[in-house]
Ligand binder design. Structure first.
Ligand code: FAD
Length: 395
């Protein structure tokens, strides 16, 4: 493929650069290291500013507040945001996963009701899929919804719900027909998190944060008007959300990784272990070079994925290949930081002796989740084994 920008892509990039030059907040550094609970209002305000000028969801159709950007323009958007180290947007699941699913499956009324507030971050969304006994095997989920007049009555439990603590609405997958085969009796409901009977409990992660939650539903009433897609066709709707989830990361991660490897190379030059800078250790040098090469491979794979979607109109298995590649590469990079820092790698942000304000200990712990979230590495390998290599199904 031709990696040079077309005149239209160059104009898109230049318009964005000018907007960022005028609007990028100057005080993000002061907020960056704070816990998400504290910085969340800041991130909301940033998203609101982006959305006011049509930059919050560039790939969405113009009629829904996006810019109908091509895949390449979306990639340019994320590259530019990473290049200037822009703050992330608050409503990341609403913008990346749930908004596109509502646009694809929602009624006109649902789109009018929900889309503008997803864009402006006025309403934050969470994704109620996983349950204690249904993660990789999502179709086994047990949260049930029973029809009672014009409402469903929901009972059950979800777990690992990111942004549950701040969520206004939830894309909830429930079982509406317990007699049907497990993939067939599911329905997606759009649930107001303030409904009576919804209880959100924090889950503490090893980073110390409570990024995600357990959610309990006890006789929660949800109007039939809030069914997304068709009743008992929820598997189709949920898989669509997962495709957006797996496909949406690669472009924005490449430059973040590039920034991290650059920072790590700098660190290796100044950090003295075993009597000399880590950069003079031949094993560390080999590993740094290997990581750098792999980050370039990640970029080329992403381009290949874009190229394929542009040519065929549908995402290929590159989404799963990318997911395995970036998540395991990120863990190797953080592992390398620990090897360079030795015991100092364990110091966290609160310790005055922590190197780079503790980002490496935080990164090492947080990246453990990368190979689990959005489908584990084993599940991605199963997808590639079955759909690309034609091997028998794993179950
Ligand atoms: C940071 C983070 C954020 C998350 N956010 C959300 C969220 O917002 N909403 C939500 O609904 N969920 C969320 N999750 C949950 C996530 O989707 C699940 O953890 C994931 O799908 C795995 O499910 P599980 O934890 O039940 O593990 P299990 O499915 O029980 O898997 C346990 C182990 O068995 C392996 N395994 C399972 N099946 C197979 C198989 N067929 N072949 C080979 N190996 C297999 C897995 O790879 C894993 O190693 C999040 C998870 C993390 C870590």
């Amino acid at each position: 493929m031709d990696l040079n920008l077309t005149p239209q892509e160059t104009a898109f990039r230049d318009e964005l650069r000018a907007w960022l030059a005028a609007n990028l907040p100057k005080d993000w550094d002061a907020w960056r290291e704070k816990p998400l609970e504290e910085s969340f209002p800041y991130l909301r305000a940033w998203q609101k500013k982006l959305s006011a000028d049509g930059w919050a969801a560039v790939s969405w159709p113009k009629e829904y507040g996006g810019r109908s950007a091509t895949l390449m323009e979306s990639a340019i958007f994320w590259e530019e945001m990473a290049r200037v180290e822009a703050p992330p947007m608050a409503n990341s699941l609403g913008l990346g996963l749930i908004g596109p699913t509502i646009i694809a499956f929602g009624t006109e009324e649902q789109k009018r009701r929900f889309i503008p507030k997803i864009l402006s971050a006025e309403e934050i969304w969470c994704q109620g899929f996983s349950e204690p006994n249904a993660g990789s095997d999502l179709a086994s989920l047990q949260t049930e919804a029973r029809l009672d007049g014009h409402h469903y009555i929901v009972n059950g439990q979800k777990v690992w719900t990111s942004y549950g603590w701040v969520g206004s609405w939830c894309e909830l997958v429930v079982r509406t027909d317990p007699a049907a085969p497990k993939h067939k009796g599911l329905t997606v409901l759009l649930v107001d998190m303030k409904s009576p009977g919804v209880e959100v409990r924090p889950l503490r992660q090893m980073t110390g944060e409570s990024e995600f939650n357990e959610i309990f539903f006890r006789d929660v009433r949800v109007s039939v008007a809030n069914v997304l897609g068709k009743v008992n066709d929820g598997w189709n709707v949920a898989v669509s959300t997962l495709m957006y989830e797996r496909g949406s990361y690669g472009a924005r991660l490449h430059l973040i990784f590039k920034r991290n490897i650059t920072r790590l190379i700098e660190l290796s030059r100044k950090f003295v272990g075993n009597g000399k800078p880590a950069s003079e250790d031949p094993v560390i040098r080999q590993k740094l070079a290997q990581c750098y090469a792999e980050i370039e491979i990640m970029r080329l794979n992403q381009m290949r994925a874009f190229s394929r979607i542009t040519a065929t109109g549908v995402p290929g298995p590159e989404g799963s290949i990318q997911k395995i590649f970036w998540s395991e590469l990120n863990q190797r990079l953080q592992q390398l930081a620990q090897e360079i820092l030795g015991p100092y790698g364990q110091l966290t942000a609160g310790d005055a002796r922590a190197v780079d304000k503790g980002i490496w200990s935080y990164g090492y712990l947080r990246t453990r989740g990368n190979t689990i979230e959005a489908g584990t590495s084993e599940v991605q390998r199963n997808i590639i084994g079955h759909f690309v290599l034609g091997l028998p199904r794993s179950y």
